[in-house]
Design a protein. Sequence first.
Length: 142
Amino acid sequence: MIVKGLAHTALNVSDMEKSIRFYCDVLGFEKAFEMENPETKEPWIVYLYAGGGQFIELFYGGVNYTEYSNDNIGFSHLCFEVSDIQAIADQITGAGCELDRPVKFGIDSNWQCWVRDPDRNRIELMQVGEESPQARFLKERK
């Protein structure tokens, strides 16, 4: 396969500092680097390290919010794999954030909970179960 993996997901944000605090202080990501707009020399993008070879790219200047609906075409949510679902749920609530959906065992045999970032993007946090279709697929690929 030529595609090696998901390199980054890009989000336009309304308030960069709030977004950085959420992703770094609440979820535990690491601020990797920033880039300025080569033409205007103004702040442009902040990269957050999400583990593996993956990043979240945050762009300054988001102004038009679109409410999620199951009827929307396109983006639905981000999903981050975690090693301990209860620990991340406690970390989120301990930071004063609210879970969108509490910890539960899903029909795919994975543990999950949901939260929204400061711009209300839906985020699923998932602890992969040993009997999940994802885990079985990866075992079979080896």
